[in-house]
Design a binder for this molecule. Structure first.
Ligand SMILES: Cc1cc2nc3c(=O)[nH]c(=O)nc-3n(C[C@H](O)[C@H](O)[C@H](O)COP(=O)(O)OP(=O)(O)OC[C@H]3O[C@@H](n4cnc5c(N)ncnc54)[C@H](O)[C@@H]3O)c2cc1C
Ligand code: SF4
Length: 502
């Protein structure tokens, strides 16, 4: 049963073996695991439930409907746009379906440096296999590589750089290119399609359009969750297990608002976001980058996940729909119109950082969720490396010119001009930056001084509070996080089930 909080005509109190807050990648896995164990939990999701018929491929309607803060979430200095989902299925509804496991180097680093126990490559293998099977993960077929991704492939082949075809969780995809606005063809094997129906069949209850506002606790043990609908109705779930799965932003905000004990001031800290900058190549021939599977190829030449590495850039494609492109393309009036007329001829790449800068989530006036994040010098250097690499790839692929949408914009026509992309170009507010992978604000580890939850996902200080989303990760991943989040939720679920059984 999915019931919308908007239909409630009075306050509601329910009892449940567990309450899951947030139904994205992590929360949906846990809801299913609890239901499979005969413990039908209650889930609160602040966004609505959508069907594929509602995904009308209109940017101006779908972005406000499916994204947090109507697509306008930014870091508190307004320098970086942070895109996150809001609705049953969370960010898996509008993500671009790339699937990569947590790299072995990263799992080993977490064990070695952050005291994460029982989550090494061998420990995680079964969870990765389960999730990949359930989501039907497969390699994107060669004929699914559209001309935008082919430009990336050709460019790195010409340069002799490392890269390859990505894997995805789509079945029956017709290559419409609208993944980021929700799939009208129901081809995504995402949390809403795969995990939630089974949880519902086994008795889970979902309240959509209900925002959890407070975790009830006595500082040692959790007692329940309180939520609110947009119309002001109160929903109270009495339970001894609460699973925070509202994403690295939502879970930290709720933990802080609920005043969970935090003697070492760890909640909301260590935020990583994989900040990304874009470079566009203008080609003589049409690219029509909006058609086909949006992201199917990657360049890993500038990515080395070793702890001390100075290669921390992951490159893939990043084609935007017309409004998104118009916002980023430089210029005004006739000059801007001229650039937009070239839309068909653009191929766009993004350089995303395996970031080391640490931001934090905080609450303005005690309620409004805010993100503070500033790129440090090291990450700014990596961004220069990344944008230069994108420019080289596009020129090598045959671009007539390459445009970096800085203020003022940089137009590059020859390899020798690439060095004009420098630290000055990458200074804050000078180029548009976007982040779609927040992580790490409720991180796991052995030491309460440096982490929020144990390696079981349970809070260090309050029994019965678990975390099962991207907040868990002690560092950045350096690649798409959804499989890591699904798999960690799957791997930690037995601890949650055991706690709910009492
Ligand atoms: C445009 C875009 C493209 C992406 N593409 C990819 C990709 O191709 N591959 C990949 O691996 N990753 C991708 N990602 C990232 C990936 O989708 C996310 O990392 C992942 O879904 C995060 O999982 P999560 O469980 O942490 O949170 P989410 O999936 O974001 O779910 C959190 C849910 O909790 C809800 N919530 C938050 N606070 C509350 C509250 N207080 N009360 C009730 N509900 C609450 C939110 O509304 C949301 O529905 C993409 C993300 C975006 C934005
Ligand atoms: S490209 Fe495929 S998965 Fe994406 S919206 Fe179109 S049909 Fe759906």
């Amino acid at each position: 049963m999915i019931r919308s909080g908007n239909e409630l005509t009075e306050d509601l109190v329910v009892e449940a073996p567990a309450c899951v807050v947030g139904l994205g990648a992590g929360g949906s896995v846990v809801l299913r695991a609890l239901a499979r164990a005969g413990l039908p939990a209650v889930a609160l999701e602040e966004g609505s439930d959508h069907t594929p018929f509602q995904f009308n491929q209109r940017e101006e309607q779908m972005i406000p409907e499916l994204f947090q803060e109507r697509g306008g979430r930014m870091t508190d200095d307004l320098a970086i746009q942070v895109l996150q989902g809001r609705g049953v299925g969370g960010s898996t509804i509008h993500n671009t379906n790339l699937c990569k496991r947590t790299p072995t180097e990263i799992l080993e680093l977490w064990a070695r440096r952050y005291g994460v126990e029982g989550c090494g490559p061998r420990d995680m293998e079964a969870a990765f296999q389960t999730i990949e099977r359930d989501l039907s993960v497969s390699r994107i077929p060669d004929d699914g590589i559209n001309p935008n991704n082919d430009a990336l492939r050709r460019g790195i082949a010409a340069l002799g750089w490392r890269g390859g075809v990505l894997s995805h969780n789509r079945v029956g995809c017709i290559g419409s290119g609208f993944c980021e606005l929700g799939c009208a063809y129901d081809a995504k094997r995402n949390a809403r399609k795969v995990l939630i129906p089974e949880a519902l069949d086994r008795g889970a209850r979902i309240f959509s359009d209900v925002r959890a506002t407070r975790i009830l606790h006595d500082r040692k043990q959790v007692l329940g969750v309180e939520g609110r609908t947009a119309g002001g109705r109160r929903v109270t779930v009495r339970t001894k297990v609460v699973v925070l799965a509202g994403s690295a932003v939502g879970s930290a905000a709720l933990a802080i608002a609920s005043e969970l004990p935090d003697p070492h001031l760890q909640q909301g800290e260590h935020l990583r976001i994989h900040p990304g900058g874009v470079v566009a190549g203008v080609f003589d021939q049409p690219i029509d980058g909006w058609k086909g599977i949006p992201q199917s190829y990657e360049c890993t030449e500038w990515l080395d996940l070793d702890e001390k590495s100075d290669k921390r850039v992951w490159i893939t494609t990043a084609f935007a729909h017309p409004i998104g492109t118009a916002v980023v393309l430089p210029g005004f009036g006739a000059a801007h119109m001229k650039s937009m007329r070239g839309y068909r001829h653009l191929a766009v790449l993004t350089a995303m950082l395996h970031d080391e800068s640490a931001g934090h989530v905080w609450l303005k006036d005690g309620t409004r969720t805010m993100l503070h994040y500033e790129m440090n010098e090291g990450d700014r250097r990596q961004m220069v490396i990344g944008l230069r690499a994108c420019a080289r790839i596009l020129l090598a692929a045959g671009a007539r010119e390459v445009v970096v949408p800085a203020v003022p914009p940089l137009t590059i026509r020859r390899e020798a001009e690439i060095e004009r992309i420098d630290a000055n170009v990458v200074r804050p507010h000078n180029i548009p930056l976007t982040a779609v992978h927040p992580m790490g604000t409720m991180r796991m580890g052995r030491e309460p001084k440096t982490s929020v939850v144990r390696s079981t996902g349970e809070h260090h200080h309050v029994r019965g509070v678990f975390v099962a989303d991207g907040s868990l990760f002690p560092t950045s991943l350096g690649g798409p996080p959804q499989i890591s989040i699904y798999a960690f939720a799957e791997h930690l679920s037995p601890h949650i089930v055991a706690a709910a059984r009492g």
